[in-house]
Design a protein around this ligand. Sequence first.
Ligand SMILES: Cc1ncc(COP(=O)(O)O)c(C=O)c1O
Length: 343
Amino acid sequence: MIDLRSDTVTMPTDGMRKAMARAEVGDDVYGEDPTVNRLQDMVAAMLSKRYALFVPSGTMANQLAVRAQTQPGQEIIVESTSHIVRYEQGAAGALAGVQLHWVSGERGIMTAEQVECAIRPNDPHSIPTGLICLENTHNAGGGTIYPLSTIEKIKSVANQHGIPMHLDGARLMNAVAATTLPPTAYAQHFDTVSLCLSKGLGAPVGSLLISSRQDVIERARRFRRMYGGAMRQAGVLAAAGIYALEHHVTRLQEDHTHAKKLARLLQQIPSVRISAQHVETNIVIFEVIDQRRTPQEIVAALKQQGVLINAIGGRSYRAVTHLNISAKQIEEAGTIFARVLTS
Ligand SMILES: Cc1ncc(COP(=O)(O)O)c(C=O)c1O
């Protein structure tokens, strides 16, 4: 089976499993897990921030960022198709008590002007804006890389209004691999950054919340406990993350090459609508014009032929390349797509 549903479906490599088995561990709630501490120090240094907190998931890292930097009754500015809006079960409202102010971006990217317009006036009638959240790369936007110049402009708006910025960097390393910019080039503009080890980096579990603000990380640590995310001998998981960061960052370029190749193959199929030039990293979003079959039937027909993808609403589909997908499998997938989507 060629599983293109997500980059979360990767299996730990042999090297990673060995690193996990060898990991020195302790009780992380006491701050005594040496491997967790090493991972946190490593990631904080990588982003030139002072602190990092290991958490079970990207969702928790985002939600801790929201909770630790806002007050109930505030509003946060988010892009309308961002992970925080679509896929976190309304947690920002349910757990942090904040309201989401959606801005519709272009393939997930907001402009500084849009963000500025979304900031409420500072008067007794209006809701205070507590946080501005960006997502890089942008998942639902199609793996879009946030242009650094746009981030800089948004940051300047945020500074003028004294509003902190959070980056959902679940796939920040894809942006880093694609642009060859250092992670600090992005991270420097944000008060908090979340980073996932379990997407393209290929670790089984784990994310980090990174910040130079000690007060924010200490609040996040308490909320991590409240949300049930404080772990004990988590070093076995952190070891996988360290291994992923040491071995799987530059190879992300391979996933991007595969995604671009897949987009070119899909472009040749008459029923497919795709902007291949918009495939910047490892996510390929496309439409299929087929009056006879439902998206579920198309997904099932592809599965029957050996390719798994996700239908993501309307006529749109998402295919994601990753560590366990080879160049040969991309060619095979292209042949299967052509057969199923032209039948
Ligand atoms: C952009 C983005 N942020 C956050 C997450 C959440 O990660 P997790 O599934 O580990 O909660 C995802 C998951 O796919 C994501 O794509």
